[in-house]
Design a protein around this ligand. Structure first.
Ligand SMILES: NC(=O)c1ccc[n+]([C@@H]2O[C@H](COP(=O)([O-])OP(=O)(O)OC[C@H]3O[C@@H](n4cnc5c(N)ncnc54)[C@H](OP(=O)(O)O)[C@@H]3O)[C@@H](O)[C@H]2O)c1
Length: 247
């Protein structure tokens, strides 16, 4: 698997922070040239690109507000101009809105939809011609066990948007085959939100059969497997959750 992605060009959304950053660095370690997308985390994205470039890969960072339709096309064009045609797209950027159903505003609902579901849809559309040009493509969508394998209270807009992204994964795996494989990773808790207190974290941990949170590297390794493993795998949504979604 070492350097198995040499010659590939990957675009990772939300690559300046947390999980997206870990995925971008992981693809770099596998030999890919990496476009690190960010919205506001410019320093993080720059640092990510620099760390990838140390290994001799090409890497650069690109700013875009993925809720703005015009930004999505511009992002795809800019990445192509700098790094060449993209043949790996990892849709990781997302919002995580916690709001009771009755209090969920139109702004929250539309915002979660625009970033978590519409943006991956339109960005995949925008890079597809580049994948055709390259003669191959892989899309990996980062979903969540919430909304896909689990039903969560207080997160209806988020869960709905992630369920939509999971449905898109399966639809595109059929429609874009054999040129493009489309898979998804559904993490459980790997990097908890920073505002969760110790008691909530402990209650969360107790719900996981493995009695521990995962690590970003668990997700990175799964993305790596989907990109470098058996090419007969497509349309799959892999839970990386220590068994939590099994009930
Ligand atoms: N963390 C977990 O344990 C966990 C569990 C299950 C699923 N996931 C999924 O894994 C992915 C990454 O999770 P995370 O916890 O690392 O996310 P996060 O810390 O909440 O980061 C959100 C990312 O989305 C980007 N973003 C926010 N608004 C944006 C906008 N308008 N346009 C473009 N990008 C925007 C941010 O970019 P900037 O920082 O540059 O603004 C940031 O990189 C998400 O899809 C999440 O649903 C995470």
């Amino acid at each position: 698997m070492e350097r198995a992605l040499t010659g590939r060009v990957a675009l990772v959304t939300g690559g300046g922070t947390r999980l997206g950053q870990a995925i971008a660095l992981g693809l770099g370690r596998l030999g890919a040239d990496v476009a690190v997308h960010y919205a506001s985390s410019k320093a993080g994205a720059k640092d990510t690109a620099q760390r990838i470039a140390i290994d001799g890969n090409r890497a650069d960072c690109f700013q875009a507000d993925l809720t703005k339709v015009e930004d999505l096309k511009t992002l795809a064009t800019q990445v192509r101009d700098v790094l060449g045609p993209v043949d790996i797209l990892v849709n990781s950027a997302a919002g995580f809105a916690r709001e009771a159903f009755e209090k969920t505003s139109l702004e929250t609902l539309d915002g979660q939809w625009a970033l978590n579901a519409r943006a991956p849809y339109l960005l995949t559309q925008a890079v597809l011609p580049q994948m055709r040009e390259k003669g191959r493509g892989d899309v990996v969508n980062i979903v969540d066990i919430g909304g896909v394998f689990d039903a969560w209270s207080q997160y209806s807009a988020y869960c709905m948007s992630k369920a939509a992204l999971a449905a898109l994964t399966r639809s595109l795996a059929v429609e874009l085959a054999p040129l493009v494989r489309v898979n998804a990773v559904a993490p459980g808790t790997v990097l908890p939100p920073v505002d969760l207190g110790p008691e909530t974290l402990e209650a969360l941990r107790q719900r996981i059969p493995q009695k521990r949170f995962g690590s970003p590297e668990d997700v990175v390794a799964t993305v790596g497997f989907l990109l470098t493993g058996p090419t007969f795998v497509t349309g799959q949504i892999v839970a990386v959750d220590g068994g939590r979604s099994l009930g």
